[in-house]
Design a protein around this ligand. Structure first.
Ligand code: RB5
Length: 143
């Protein structure tokens, strides 16, 4: 898959690990920044990733900030983005099975790198279940 990733200063270190992992897993990674721990505004990085997901020029996005909260709020302003803030294996799996999430958000100050690796591996591997869950997504997509 083509995957755009982005982080603010609060998620920079985890983003570096995630970029390597996603690359090792054989995906095409587009790193939209940030590129250091210098302070930046998370909505700007969310926009760089979500504009690509919204336009369909990448398949998925991954966004990381300190908590994952700001990134997930900003990302879900885009019409074709379904961003999920995941903190563990279960939320990562369910965000794919039931919600067909196309943007994964994580908080570097909330989870360790081991948990983040499990979340990313799970989120990239699990398929959407479809069926009744598709109908539910369509209900809010029309809002
Ligand atoms: C930056 O300090 C922090 O506010 C940001 O990374 C994120 O946690 C916002 O939701």
């Amino acid at each position: 898959m083509k995957i755009a990733i982005g982080a603010d200063h609060g998620g920079f270190h985890l983003k570096e690990m995630v970029r390597s992992l996603v690359d090792e897993l054989g995906h095409e990674v587009q790193d939209m920044g940030c590129y250091s721990t210098a302070s930046v505004d998370y909505p700007d990085l969310a926009a760089l990733v979500c504009e690509k997901v919204d336009a369909g020029t990448v398949d998925r996005g991954i966004l990381i900030c300190g908590t994952g909260l700001g990134m997930s709020m900003a990302a879900n302003r885009y019409a074709h983005v379904r961003a999920a803030l995941c903190h563990d294996h279960y939320t990562a799996r369910m965000s794919r099975e039931h919600n067909n999430a196309n943007v994964l958000c994580m908080g570097e100050r909330v989870i360790g790198h081991g948990v983040a690796e499990d979340i990313v591996r799970t989120w990239l591997a699990v398929e959407f279940s479809g069926g009744r869950h598709l109908g539910r997504i369509e209900l809010y997509s029309k809002c």
